[in-house]
Design a protein around this ligand. Structure first.
Ligand SMILES: N[C@@H](CCC(=O)N[C@@H](CS)C(=O)NCC(=O)O)C(=O)O
Length: 214
């Protein structure tokens, strides 16, 4: 059983989608990050960085934090969504790290400055960089159906951020290949269920609170 500590944010939604895709038994525990539940001592013992998502595998006792390693751990446990072939695996990891190191942080900063007035330079800087990154994805998806060839944890890592950016006022109108990829993924039953956590296909919920809804 996977104890999944998460919230209704892009990084939290990656975990929910992954659990739904793999079919691994899990229980979702939704933290109220707006109220600072992630800073509680009990949660800091799980993740010293005080951020969701975190998992605890009750089969092994292993705790994993940071969404990238969590996706890798779950892919290896389920034997799905991360190829064993070294070259194909590296392709997936490249895009996974692109999300974790570029698209996620830049989009987070874009959203931060979008919600605050009086810092137009900062907003323009992050907006420009996010649009550039969307162009990189669009170019890659011109060549292939999924970002690293076959459907993988890299697609799962990217998807909630692409969804959030649209909620935050950007459109995919200039990125037709990315748009088609988004529509294809959003129609997957596991993705639909993942976005609906805590009312998921199988996840039982320990705590239901409100997070920053993205
Ligand atoms: N690099 C981390 C980022 C995690 C992260 O930023 N989580 C956010 C929600 S998406 C969070 O917990 N925010 C609460 C806080 O920063 O206090 C990952 O990929 O897991």
């Amino acid at each position: 059983m996977i104890e999944a500590y998460t919230a209704h944010t892009p990084n939290g939604r990656k975990l929910a989608i992954m659990l739904e895709e793999t079919g691994l038994p899990y229980r979702a525990r939704i933290l109220d990050i707006a109220q600072g539940e992630q800073h509680a001592a009990w949660f800091r013992r799980l993740n010293p960085n005080g951020k969701i998502p975190v998992i605890q595998d009750t089969d092994t006792g292993r705790v994993v934090w940071e969404s990238g390693p969590i996706l890798i751990y779950l892919a290896e446990k389920a034997g799905r969504l991360l190829p064993a072939d070294p070259a194909a695996r590296l392709d997936v990891l490249q895009w996974l790290f692109f999300q974790a190191g570029s698209l996620g942080p830049m989009s987070g900063q874009f959203n931060h400055f979008r919600l605050r007035e009086g810092e137009p330079h900062a907003l323009a800087r992050y907006r420009t960089e996010v649009l550039r990154l969307l162009g990189v994805l669009d170019g890659a998806l011109q060549e292939q159906t999924y970002i690293a060839g076959t459907y993988s944890i890299a697609d799962i890592a990217l998807l909630p951020w692409i969804r959030a950016l649209q909620k935050w006022g950007l459109t995919l109108d200039d990125f037709s290949h990315l748009h088609q990829w988004y529509a294809r993924l959003a129609a997957r039953p596991a993705v639909v269920h993942g976005f609906a956590v805590p009312t998921s296909s199988q996840g039982e919920t320990a705590t239901i609170t409100t997070g920053e809804n993205a």
